[in-house]
Design a protein around this ligand. Structure first.
Ligand code: NAI
Ligand code: MG
Length: 492
């Protein structure tokens, strides 16, 4: 069956446009491997036009009353809300994330993000400094200028919104590059934004990392870089920032621990572990609790209950309302996840508890479907327990000494999220304080909510964006103004 391919355009200076080269990138639906759309393959010349447009827009947008900018964000939230079901379908089609468990919650969160930051415009406050009666010394929070933002494909609209909303609220303009695998839903959101903001305030580019992302990172008129994606590319972006001493926010990978104490209610905690591991997002999440430290006393019964519940989750068409688990984003990531599973299956020190390689025939073989897989291993040192897999592969490690388990949890160059499960709240809090991660949840495995100063320790990143403090730290710069009030009157 041939499918109609829809050719989308980028948004530059309020207008829809192709790349100067007229080249395009094909967009594949990961659930059936069919090409269903294309976007422009933007390059350095397109980046230059976009940045110049945003620089021009900055001159007036930065002068718009903060209250007005906030009002615009609230209007955008209302407009997105009206179209949220259509956008959820786009997300499910381009990412393979199930509409019920991921795509709808993601777009709902996007509405919340615009509302949250829309309400914060009057909080862009400065301080006064007490230097005595004869000096007025105060600070202003000024916008930085044009923000260069690069986003990934795993939660493309949520990750886009949590850069767009705070950047615009604070008076910056923004040039954003979408991920080549999932540019359509964020394009739709950018299109909605255009109805309320002047041209150039938000430009949305599509293209590859090297051809479009890199020239954006190195463009001389960008004043701030904000990146979410792999640690490898994060380092490249930080290098680009170093060239011009730019502020940079990086939200990178993770290999987050989930520590389960023996006093938990096992049935209830099993649901929490499934949530924390983001199994219904195929675990394509930087906050996935992918190292499960289970106390020895409950290891066998807990893992039995966990695999039983995982087995009941429905894997299938992301657009189907019964589906719990969709697909991996593309062939590259699918192959990578399968390589890790093969490695686990061939490792003599490892036992596979459930799952394994994806089926080679039947309906699931038509897309990049994988099945939740758990390996049991004694060691925290093994490749599968160290590297970010970005797929539904959970490594379960037994423990019985608290100090040792905290040491193992911290034995990672990542430090993004962590989960602690115990009915003893004192233990839970002590563990939370001892874990080297930017975000620790005790007895829950939820997604971020606006207001969390969310971000990473160690190589999981630098900077915070998702809160009032995040907006102030990441999207404004402080200017100090000192005025001597003790000036003598002019001699006559
Ligand atoms: P990636 O880091 O290559 O892609 C993220 C974004 O960076 C995309 O928009 C891409 O076009 C852009 N990019 C790539 N190379 C660039 C360059 N040289 N200069 C500027 N921009 C560039 O991630 P990819 O290849 O999609 O996934 C690989 C791994 O990264 C995953 O397996 C996962 O471990 C990790 N990842 C982490 C994410 C997170 O949320 N922290 C999101 C996506 C991936
Ligand atoms: Mg795709």
């Amino acid at each position: 069956m041939s499918q109609k391919i829809i050719n989308h355009q980028m948004i530059i200076d309020g207008k829809y446009t192709n790349s100067i080269t007229e080249k395009t990138i094909e967009i594949e639906c990961p659930a059936n491997k069919r090409i269903f759309a294309s976007v422009p393959r933007g390059n350095e010349a397109d980046v230059d036009i976009a940045v110049k447009s945003s620089l021009k827009a900055f001159r007036s947008w930065s002068k718009v009353m903060p209250k007005e900018r906030g009002k615009i964000l609230l209007q955008i939230a209302d407009a997105i809300e009206i179209e949220k079901e259509d956008i959820a379908k786009i997300i499910a089609t381009e990412t393979g994330n199930a509409i019920k468990t991921q795509a709808r919650p993601e777009i709902n969160l996007v509405v919340d993000i615009f509302r949250y930051f829309g309400g914060l415009s009057s909080e862009l406050k400065g301080e006064t400094i007490p230097l005595g009666e004869h000096v007025l010394s105060y600070t202003r929070r000024e916008p930085l200028g044009v923000v260069g933002a690069i986003i990934p494909w795993n939660a493309p609209v949520m990750l886009g919104a949590c850069k767009i909303a705070p950047a615009l609220c604070a008076g910056n303009t923004i040039v954003m590059k979408a991920a080549e695998d999932a540019p359509l839903a964020i394009l739709k959101v950018a299109e909605i934004c255009q109805k309320f903001i002047p041209p150039g305030v938000l430009n949305l580019l599509t293209g590859t990392g090297p051809e479009c992302g890199e020239p954006l990172a190195y463009h001389p008129e960008i004043n701030k870089l904000s990146f979410t994606g792999s640690t490898g590319v994060g380092k490249l972006v930080m290098r680009a920032a170093a060239e011009r001493i730019l502020p940079v926010s990086l939200e990178l990978g993770g290999k987050s621990p989930s520590i389960v104490y023996p006093d938990v209610n096992e049935d209830w905690t099993v649901d929490g572990i499934i949530g924390a591991m983001r199994f219904t997002r195929q675990s394509q999440s930087c906050t996935a609790g992918s190292r499960l430290f289970l106390h020895k006393k409950i290891f066998d019964s807990f893992i039995g209950k966990l695999s039983e519940k995982l087995d009941k989750l429905i894997i299938g068409n992301p657009l189907d309302d019964d589906t719990d688990i969709g697909t991996i984003i593309n062939n590259k990531q699918f192959t990578k996840v399968c390589d890790y599973i093969s490695d686990g299956l061939n490792n003599k020190n490892t036992e596979v508890i459930c799952g394994g390689l994806p089926p080679e025939d039947g309906p699931l073989s038509e897309g990049y479907f994988t099945i939740p897989t758990i390996f049991r291993n004694k060691s925290n040192e093994w490749r599968l327990a160290k590297e970010e897999i970005f797929g539904p592969v959970l490594v379960a490690i037994p423990w019985d000494d608290e100090e040792e388990v905290i040491r193992m949890a911290n034995q990672s160059h990542y430090g993004l999220a962590a989960y602690v499960w115990t009915r003893d709240i004192t233990r839970g809090i002590n563990a939370a304080h001892a874990i080297e991660s930017g975000w620790v949840q005790v007895n829950q495995g939820l997604a971020q909510a606006p207001g969390h100063s969310y971000g990473g320790f160690k190589q999981s990143g630098i900077g915070r964006e998702f809160s009032l403090e995040g907006m102030l730290d990441s999207f404004t710069q402080r200017k100090n103004i000192s005025i001597n009030l003790n000036t003598p009157s002019k001699e006559i």
